[in-house]
Write a new protein. Structure first.
Length: 326
């Protein structure tokens, strides 16, 4: 049996749905640090065990963290049953699937694409922007032209199922992102290799039935994703407008830099989002990891699932939520 298959077999069935306490951190606040024994990890938003396993396995095979992130995220992008990423992603209200993605290395160098149409692997185009262009973020027509020049091919990203869902939506045409429903598959992924090198990425078709031209937080460094491998990394999911407003992942990494644990930093970032709103009928969730491999996860409402993978487990957990505590 190949290494990859034996890994998937070994970890493929484990699901834990409870507020987690990972070995390395049980205390919210400043100063709790693991000994780094579990450093090699992959962490992602929502239920992505298969993609995490692929990314982890890639790390085991010695590829770079950027390669591992790209490998894991490409798997989600090509899954037609995932309704908020790549192929099968829900369209905007005009019926177009438009994609946002970002990838970031240990030293905060980022490549990103936004409002990209007809390309099934925006994370790979983002990687090309990072490594093969003088820019950080390419958008729309220009991003598409760049992708085609780099050898990507156009394809139809609208599946029968997403076309039908769009037709149903048009009957009432009410735009109301639903907590943990509209956005439950978007992938944000962070990883650290055995030598402590970190990378992150995210990829999404954004919120279903968004206005034409809308770009969310995912392709914006410091909003949907931020990595500073000397400190930590963070990813966001949920209503992107609120994440952009608060520069949330940058804020989380800066809190970790100040000495807060990733868990406390995620909680403080959620509190910052909530404090500035009169209504909290939307979901935002954050994941973070510090350079020691300690992690944090927190959301506004219950129901934010994340996936954690190391050499002993590949498990899903429900993050603690602000409204759990009220
Ligand atoms: C957006 N934050 O476009 C993305 C959607 C998302 O989980 O992450 N959903 O606003």
């Amino acid at each position: 049996m190949s290494e990859r298959r034996s890994f998937l077999k070994k970890f493929g069935l484990s699901i834990i749905l409870s507020p987690h306490l990972l070995s390395c951190e049980g205390v919210s606040g400043k100063g709790s640090k693991s000994n780094g024994a579990q450093r090699k990890i992959v962490l992602s938003t929502w239920r992505h065990k298969r993609s995490n396993a692929l990314a982890f396995n890639a790390l085991e095979n010695g590829v770079s963290p950027l390669d591992a992130i790209e490998t894991g995220i490409r798997d989600v992008e090509s899954d037609p049953s995932d309704s908020s990423v790549g192929l099968g992603g829900r369209p905007d209200r005009s019926g177009e699937v438009t994609l946002d993605a970002c990838i970031m290395d240990h030293n905060s160098n980022a490549g990103a694409v936004s409002y990209l149409k007809q390309i099934s692997h925006p994370i790979s185009v983002a990687r090309k922007v990072l490594e093969d262009s003088p820019h950080t973020l390419l958008s729309g027509e220009g991003a598409l032209r760049f992708a085609l020049e780099k050898g990507f091919h156009k394809s139809d990203l609208l599946t029968e199922e997403s076309k039908n869902a769009w037709s149903n939506w048009k009957q009432n045409a009410v735009y109301q992102p639903e907590i943990n429903i509209e956005n439950h598959d978007t992938i944000g992924m962070l990883c650290i290799d055995a030598s402590g090198i970190m990378a992150g990425g995210c990829s999404t078709s954004g919120l279903a039935y968004k206005m034409e031209g809308r770009v969310g937080d995912s392709p914006i460094p410091g909003a949907g994703l931020y990595v500073d491998g000397n400190v930590g990394g963070a990813v966001a999911t949920g209503l992107g407008e609120k994440v952009i407003k608060n520069c949330s992942t940058f804020y989380i990494v800066e809190l970790i830099r100040q000495g807060y644990t990733p868990q406390k930093a995620c909680e403080m970032a959620i509190q910052r989002v909530i404090k500035r709103e009169s209504k909290t009928d939307f979901q935002v969730g954050f994941l973070a990891v510090d350079k020691f491999g300690d992690i944090g996860a927190f959301s506004i409402h219950p129901g934010f699932i994340y996936t954690y993978t190391n050499n002993e487990e590949n498990t899903e957990h429900e993050a603690n939520a602000y409204f759990d505590k009220m």
